[in-house]
Write a new protein. Structure first.
Length: 302
């Protein structure tokens, strides 16, 4: 049984665009197959190119719950699957003691019932009920330990979680899974084999202008084109952190908030912190280099 409401790739691409996500056909095809085959989609690419936004957009488009697991070093069962509500269990134990039932075996076992369970993202995704399964976003998997990756392999294969005190919980319908990675380390081949894969690259000039128009409709045509031309030039420089699409949108939004309809040297100087996040990068761009970038941008929109 499939849960995509899109009959064709073109229909999905149009729906994404209607929700302000501009995707080329190759990316749209990967998303379409992930929905139709109910297979995890692994998206790799530089930070800020729109990987996480794909899951958010799909959830909005289909009216589905988005369950997000933000990865970091040291993830464990308590933060990803479940943990017991110890404070509530202690209150229950005291209540049982007051009632003289603390030694009763059934009463002791009752404190390990589902009502005392704090459900974390993976258990929430497995346990979800209803016609539309949730979208499970496992964000920045490369930041997690390899041990968590190994556990994820089993989950993606069987779609079940065992809780010793309760038993095995199986998904009635597996969630749609979007996994992202900024490739700070390589994701294991075994996990990649279980997923569809797509590399999300920096957009072309025309595509990035389309993205800006869709996401920041208040920006003038001239401003949108100038900003994207400058950003594309910045990505060719030897910077510590190249600006992603997220930074492009932040910069345009900041300029619109300042009532700018075109790039000026003063406006750029005042807002460089929206596009560049390291002082060494800002220092490298300022001055003559910045003037050259603005001249090229002006020529590009002339």
């Amino acid at each position: 049984m499939t849960y995509t409401s899109f009959a064709t790739i073109d229909e999905l691409q149009a729906a994404l665009a209607a929700h302000a996500y501009i995707a080329d056909r190759a990316l749209t095809t990967a998303i379409f197959l992930a929905l139709k085959l109910n297979k995890p989609l692994l998206l790799e690419g530089e930070a800020g190119v729109g990987k996480t936004e794909i899951a958010k957009t799909l959830a909005r488009m289909q009216g589905r719950e988005l369950i997000r697991l933000q990865c970091y070093e040291g993830l464990d069962v308590n933060t990803t699957i479940y943990e017991w509500n110890y404070a509530r269990q202690m209150l229950q134990i005291r209540l049982l003691e007051a009632q003289g039932a603390a030694q009763n075996t059934a009463a002791q076992q009752s404190i390990f019932g589902p009502e005392f369970l704090i459900k974390r993202p993976l258990l929430q995704a497995i346990e979800a009920r209803g016609d539309q399964p949730p979208i499970l976003l496992i964000d920045e998997l490369d930041r997690a330990d390899e041990e968590f990756e190994a556990f994820l392999l089993e989950l993606l294969s069987d779609w079940q979680i065992s809780i010793p005190e309760i038993g095995t919980i199986r998904a009635e319908v597996p969630p749609t899974v979007i996994i992202t990675s900024n490739r700070t380390r390589e994701v294991h081949d075994a996990l990649k084999r279980r997923c569809l894969f797509y590399w999300v690259d920096y957009p072309t000039l025309d595509k990035e202008i389309q993205i800006v128009k869709a996401r920041v409709p208040g920006a003038s045509e001239r401003l949108a084109r100038q900003v994207v031309l400058v950003v594309q030039e910045l990505r060719r420089m030897d910077l510590y952190k190249l600006p992603g699409v997220a930074e492009t949108l932040d910069w345009v939004t900041a300029l619109v908030a300042l009532d700018q309809t075109e790039l000026t040297p003063q406006a750029v100087e005042d807002t460089l912190g929206a596009i560049l996040k390291y002082q060494d990068d800002i220092a490298q761009v300022r001055g003559q280099r910045l003037n050259e970038l603005l001249k090229r941008a002006s020529v590009g929109v002339a």
